[in-house]
Design a protein around this ligand. Structure first.
Ligand code: FAD
Length: 393
């Protein structure tokens, strides 16, 4: 039984690799409740993320996790993948924003986990177990979510760096200056060049482009944006721009928003998006090493990173119709994951494990933790009917 939302995950999570029944949840698409007085809402699994966002905005509220696939992905998929997004560095990921769930277990029983209150401390935290379980433990049909008022103001500051390592160092310097922005996004030379070619627009010939977003009250945003600007300049950035008009605010985001579309159109190959996460202080080293690994395997790589939380998306350009090239790309991927584990990072910041990383998970968590995960899976799903072959369980 393979639960399916919009099928936007990057790890083969809804591929029925062992056959079975694919259960399409998109028909369960009702927003059951929005309660501003309780700072919560309750949704069915098939509600599209962007639809929820626009309905919440009518009440001046938002649900912070903001995956880039918002226009398509379903809340069931977001919860089952513990999705992150740009704002994760300030607000956390999905797991931090789910109060309770309704889940159909593999034996057909229906349970409710968690609570409908902003705090809950009754028994084991089953909600956090089902969040990120990738369809392997049951079907999530309903979720109660914690909300926040939309911040009064937001601004963006952008900067170019002559080396990606320097851009990585700037991220740590922002934190050391006592600033926690809403997001810090980084695009490398390959992304900048691809967008430039794709849009027929000239951007500076630099190794990295950083966008820092800040939110809060108007005065807070003004003060924080000035501090960010100063830190970026002191970190060796050039062409630092703080948006002063809506047009500049939108313009700053162009390389970020067009990057993933521009790359395959310019390279003529598929984007294979990989997701690892490292401690922020290791970002400069990780950028350099990931490029070196890909160079060695002859796989072109573009880096598009939620740098603020150490999350690196290494986008490999691969001709998937060429078995030799695909196998080489897989070896580069596995070496990158093993390197990341060695430096204290994780093989997935937000995209999950699925089929793609099923074999690597044990290398990160170790045999005892892996055995415990398999025991939990065996207890809840003794016949292994839920999304078999995923997550290495
Ligand atoms: C352009 C693009 C940008 C993206 N940006 C981000 C990003 O910024 N951050 C991020 O974290 N991810 C991102 N993703 C990955 C993906 O969109 C997310 O993982 C998303 O949460 C998946 O939702 P979905 O509805 O498509 O789920 P699906 O792909 O349909 O399913 C994902 C997994 O969840 C399980 N599942 C689905 N619904 C249920 C349910 N109701 N109950 C139990 N299990 C279920 C499936 O079996 C599968 O294992 C991006 C993807 C794309 C294509």
């Amino acid at each position: 039984v393979i639960p399916r939302g919009a099928g936007t995950n990057f790890v083969g999570g809804v591929v029925p690799s062992k056959g079975g029944i694919v259960v399409d949840l998109t028909g369960m698409n009702r927003i059951l409740e929005i309660s501003p007085a309780d700072l919560r809402c309750t949704v069915e699994a098939g509600v599209v993320h962007a639809k929820l966002e626009s309905e919440l905005a009518k009440h001046g509220l938002f649900w912070p996790p903001d995956p880039g696939s918002s226009d398509a992905c379903t809340m069931g998929g977001v919860i089952a993948m513990n999705a992150g997004g740009m704002r994760a560095l300030k607000y956390g990921t999905t797991r931090d924003w789910v109060l309770g769930l309704k889940v159909v277990l593999p034996n057909g029983e229906i349970i409710r986990t968690g609570s409908r209150t902003l705090k809950g401390n009754a028994g084991y935290d089953l909600t956090r177990l089902f969040v990120g379980s990738e369809g392997t433990l049951g079907i999530i049909t309903e979720a109660t979510l914690k909300l926040r008022p939309i911040p009064e103001a937001e601004n963006r500051i952008s900067a170019y760096f002559e080396s990606i390592e320097k851009a990585g160092e700037a991220v740590s310097k922002i934190y050391m200056a006592g600033i926690v922005p809403a997001s810090i996004e980084l695009m490398d030379r390959s992304v900048i060049a691809a967008v430039s070619k794709w849009l027929g627009k000239k951007f500076p010939d630099m190794d990295a482009y950083l966008i820092v977003s800040v939110d809060g009250s108007r005065s807070e945003v003004e003060a924080t944006a000035s501090k960010v600007e100063q830190v970026l300049r002191e970190s060796g950035a050039s062409q630092v721009l703080r948006a002063t008009t809506q047009e500049e605010f939108n313009e700053i985001w162009t390389i970020r928003s067009e990057g993933a579309t521009a790359l395959p159109n310019v390279t003529g190959k598929m984007n294979v998006t990989h997701d690892v996460c490292v401690p922020i202080s290791k970002l400069p080293e990780a950028f350099k090493t990931i490029r070196e690994i890909c160079d060695r395997y002859g796989i072109p790589v573009a880096i598009l990173s939620h740098a603020g939380d150490g999350n690196v998306h290494a986008i490999f350009s691969v001709n998937l119709n060429d078995p030799e090239e695909s196998a080489r790309a897989k070896r580069a991927h596995d070496e990158m994951c093993r390197y990341v584990i060695r430096i204290g990072g994780t093989i997935s910041g937000e995209h999950g494990i699925g089929i793609d990383k099923a074999e690597l998970l044990a290398e990160e968590v170790g045999p005892a933790a892996m055995a415990l995960m398999r025991a939990i899976k065996g207890l809840i799903d003794p016949n292994n009917i839920m999304n078999p072959g995923k997550m290495g369980v």
